[in-house]
Design a protein around this ligand. Structure first.
Ligand code: AHM
Ligand code: MG
Length: 332
């Protein structure tokens, strides 16, 4: 039984996943992410009452329509890291170029990769949203700006996680020593520990995918989806379908209940939709730390060396056995 009285910074310090200096610094990064999360959660709670719903009329580097709240969430993260001495660079889905923190007395050692508001199509319909984050250490010689220095494989992440803005606001993080879940207590404005060392079920009967894309998938992916819908008592099929349109929310369900989230590549878009460095890699890090995994269908998502900051990648994330099973279909 967890007593919800451990605050996030204390937990990170107690975990001691790094050297003492690094532990303090990572605790600071997570505290600032939590602060941004509280501001975004508050914005979302008031969204219908202020003029922040709808589109900005702009498109981002991905060619996608930018919602007002996408822009606001991005600005919130940039503002909370302005002048900090730990994070030197912020890479975000909403910014074509890396943002380098200029106001600090000494430059930080870390780069933060963000999807500031994940599940943008849910904004106007009051459905779940998230923020996804990944933290990498910059090399000592890096100026924090050159793209080459910022192209890091998932295995090098020092911390990752997500905020989930649902009925409650959650913060889930890993520093490579398990996955820990915090719930925002709105009365005291603090994220309190509500589950630690979360383990994903080894297998689950949940599949989460935008099935409207069925005709665009490879034969292997189509056969996998046909398979999970067949009736077979021995293997507990058919599976159940759940899809919210918010990656963080759908992966969170898979983390707790078991199963598979997938956003496969498509015939004319083999790289898929989701971005490697600030969507797929951080949630794979979380899932691996919970005993599950993440794959492109062919290789581990964590071992991919990115060649572009906003690179996309096919995604299969979930319970260990479900990922293995999906891979067998994709590779057959
Ligand atoms: P976003 O970061 O711009 O919101 O895009 C990512 C989202 C994921 O949250 C979600 O799983 C997926 O895109 C939904 O895409 P689709 O509408 O094609 O199903
Ligand atoms: Mg997203």
């Amino acid at each position: 039984m967890i007593h919800a009285s451990t605050a996030l910074p204390t937990h990170v310090l107690n975990e001691q996943a790094f050297t003492p200096t690094d532990t303090i610094e990572i605790s600071h990064v997570l505290s600032q992410i939590a602060l941004a999360g509280k501001i975004i959660a508050s914005d979302l709670r008031h969204a219908g009452m202020s003029d922040v719903l709808g589109s900005t009329g702009k498109t981002n580097i991905q060619g996608e329509e930018v919602q007002k709240l996408d822009e606001r969430a991005n600005t919130t993260f940039v503002n909370v890291f302005e002048a900090n001495e730990v994070v030197r660079t912020v890479v975000s889905e909403e910014m074509e170029k890396p943002y380098v923190v200029r106001g600090a007395r000494r430059p930080g050692k870390y780069a933060l990769y963000l999807d500031p508001l994940d599940g943008s199509s849910n904004i106007d319909v009051d459905a779940p949203l998230g923020s996804i984050f990944s933290v990498h250490r910059l090399s000592e010689t890096s100026d924090g700006e050159s793209e080459q220095d910022l192209l890091k494989p998932g295995v090098d992440q020092v911390a990752a996680g997500y905020l989930l803005y649902g009925p409650s606001t959650l913060l889930v993080y890993t520093c490579g020593k398990g996955v820990h879940l915090f719930t925002l207590d709105p009365e005291i404005g603090e994220f309190l520990l509500t589950a630690q060392n979360v383990q994903a079920p080894a297998r689950g009967k949940l599949y989460s995918v935008n099935e409207g894309n069925y005709q665009k998938w490879s034969k292997g992916v189509q056969q996998y989806i046909d398979f999970v819908k067949e009736s077979d008592v021995a293997s507990d099929r058919p599976y159940s379908s759940r899809y919210s349109g918010c990656f963080a929310a759908d992966v969170h369900r898979v983390l707790l209940k078991g199963g598979l989230y997938l956003y496969p590549g498509e015939m004319d878009k083999p790289e898929g939709k989701l971005r490697l460095m600030y969507e797929a890699a951080p949630l794979t890090f979380v899932m691996e730390q919970a005993g599950g995994g993440g794959s492109t269908g062919v290789e581990s998502l964590q071992s991919i060396q990115p060649t572009r900051l906003h690179q996309r990648v096919p995604v299969f994330i979930g319970s260990h056995e479900n990922v293995q099973q999906a891979q067998q279909f994709v590779q057959a």
